[in-house]
Write a protein that binds this ligand. Structure first.
Ligand code: FES
Length: 158
């Protein structure tokens, strides 16, 4: 459920854009800023404010990797498993992450620190394999690099 401030922010943002459809993504970001993800009710409320259909807004929300439709960890790891990354071992790296974190793809650790997801192309194919942790790219991954990154995040989480 959106806060009054979030609703006001979405209405204000809508005035900056030429049409209500074009503010869909910023509106979803505003909604997500509260609890870190958006749920069905949030989408319904935004669709109501922008006078667009739920289905249309849901389509936008489900297309973008940075819009989360379920709770994510403090460190949300998105591993690209599209063709370039796949050819260079993305699935193997994903499996390594599952083992190291003790979770399956799509899940989160019990302490809420890490969540893991496989995603489509992150747009950095020339530096495959690639993953994103929150909004930071990690490219040309190797197992060694992956272990270093994970160790550093675990340190930060303590
Ligand atoms: S295929 Fe992985 S970034 Fe494009």
């Amino acid at each position: 459920m959106l806060s009054i401030k979030q609703k006001d922010d979405i209405r204000k943002k809508a005035k900056e854009f030429p049409g209500h459809r074009s503010v869909s993504l910023p509106a979803l970001y505003i909604a997500q800023s509260g609890k870190g993800y958006i749920d069905r009710k949030d989408i319904e409320e935004i669709a109501g404010i922008l006078s667009i259909s739920y289905a249309e807004l849901y389509g936008i929300a489900s297309f973008y990797n940075l819009i989360h439709r379920k709770p994510i960890g403090k460190f949300h790891i998105q591993v690209c498993t599209n063709i370039s990354c796949s050819l260079l071992g993305a699935e193997h790296l994903l499996t390594r992450l599952e083992k190291k974190l003790g979770i399956r793809e799509g899940g989160a650790t019990a302490d809420g620190i890490f969540s893991l997801e496989s995603v489509e192309c992150l747009g950095s194919c020339d530096k495959a394999p690639v993953m994103m942790i929150n909004e930071k790219f990690h490219e040309a991954l190797t197992e060694k690099k992956l272990s270093r990154i994970l160790a550093s995040l675990k340190e930060k989480a303590e």
